[in-house]
Design a protein around this ligand. Structure first.
Ligand SMILES: Cc1ncc(COP(=O)(O)O)c(C=O)c1O
Length: 391
């Protein structure tokens, strides 16, 4: 398997010249070609006009669909550009029919906004939310998932990589069960896209939501949705505008037949085109190559953290990802973050709001989250450990 040319990717990551950025699960540093493309697009809007620039750059805006479809092993018509992962997810979730007694199965480590939406719809429709317990590794228990399925199960929906730890939920196993019982499967791939190799056919998910700014290294305010083609025309988006649908006469409209029915007319065109460039950048490096490097760096970071004796590692999962979380034995998470920031090291804190059920179950409060990407290095990790020891 090919290797990442670390020197090259670091030369193309201007932010890392002056900074150790371990907040890739928040937002990664954009590569220079993506950032330059985005800035040029915006400059062109300033100088030539927004609508005129949109026409001039139409090819790049359209390429976005092709690029994302290649990334996921999907078709361009199955992809919608949406402004973030939450809205992308919502567009499908709120379109799925639910009635009294229908069951939604999810995980303990589910993302906070998704849980709020389940409860919201449960209140509106009388549907029931079922939290499938974890197995001994802290990931969704596949046997328990299967045991919870009955005639009233209308959706299986999980976060692939939850926001507050190193866990990778076994999406392929979940997909196998969902397909065995013909239950729609919605995968929140917000943290996994750009970090690990994703193939919607191999996973067997019907819908997938993702964001641009995290491991894909795209701009903020961008995201996308995948809807398997057989589902597109079966789902009526919860919101429609005159891009998603066409007004035929005073009493009739027709909804588009591709996944663009989940889009808006007005949007961040510069961001959409630049996200397409970020996807191309990741694909050129290779997602399997990226996955291996991120996982190796995170394993090194975990081992070095353990060695300090200053922290308790809190990552779960049989297979772990680039998100490394820990509690400092003496300092709270905010103190660690602030003091690291004084040394130009970026980490984030995870208060639990994004993964509340899991944190409540484990009695966790604030954690430090250090999330590495392929452009980070072992030297940066060594420096991080040295600073952490000095706090
Ligand atoms: C697992 C997971 N799902 C969804 C989201 C929401 O993504 P966005 O902020 O793009 O809506 C996040 C953000 O951190 C996340 O970690």
């Amino acid at each position: 398997m090919k290797e990442i040319d670390v020197e090259r990717v670091r030369a193309e990551t201007r932010g890392c010249r002056d900074l150790i950025h371990f907040n890739n699960a928040g937002a990664s540093l954009m590569p220079a070609p993506v950032a330059d493309y985005l800035c040029n697009f915006l400059r062109e809007e300033e100088m030539k006009g927004g609508y005129e620039t949109r026409s001039l750059r139409n090819k790049d805006i359209e390429s976005f669909y092709k690029s994302v479809s290649l990334l996921l092993n999907a078709k361009p018509k199955e992809i919608a550009f949406v402004e973030n992962a939450t809205r992308a997810w919502d567009m499908v979730f709120y379109a799925l029919p639910l009635g009294p007694g229908d069951k939604i199965l999810t995980t303990v480590s589910e993302y906070g906004s998704n849980l709020i939406a389940y409860l919201h719809r449960a209140k509106q429709t009388g549907a029931e939310l079922v939290i499938v317990p974890n197995d001994k590794n802290g990931q969704i228990d596949i046997n328990a998932l299967e045991q919870n399925i009955d005639k009233k199960t209308k959706l299986i929906s999980i976060s692939h990589i939850p926001t507050g730890g190193g866990l990778i939920n076994p999406a392929h196993d979940v997909g196998r069960i969902a397909n065995k019982y013909s239950i729609p499967f919605l995968l929140d791939a917000c943290q996994s896209v750009g970090q690990i190799h994703l193939d919607v056919k191999a996973i067997g998910c019907d819908f997938l939501s993702a964001t641009g700014r995290k491991y894909l290294r795209g701009p903020r305010g961008t995201g996308f949705l995948y809807v398997q083609e057989d589902w597109i025309e079966r789902l009526e988006p919860p919101l429609l505008d005159q891009f998603a649908a066409e007004l035929i006469d005073a009493g009739t409209y027709e909804i588009r037949t591709d996944a663009k029915r989940f889009e808006n007319w007005e949007r961040y065109f510069a961001g959409q085109a630049a996200l397409g460039k970020a996807v191309d950048y990741a694909m050129e490096l290779g997602l399997k190559t990226i996955e291996r490097r991120v996982s190796d760096l995170a394993a090194y970071l975990r081992a070095e953290l353990q060695e300090t004796g200053l922290v308790t590692l809190t990552d779960q999962g049989a297979k772990k990802c680039g998100l490394v979380t820990f509690e400092h034995l003496r300092l709270n998470a905010e103190q660690v973050k602030t003091q690291l920031s004084n040394h130009k090291i970026n980490v984030s804190t995870s208060s639990g709001s994004g993964m509340k059920l899991s944190y409540l179950e484990r009695g966790l409060d604030g954690l430090v989250r250090a999330s590495v990407h392929y452009y980070n290095t072992e030297d940066e990790i060594n420096k991080f450990i040295e600073v952490l020891r000095s706090l």
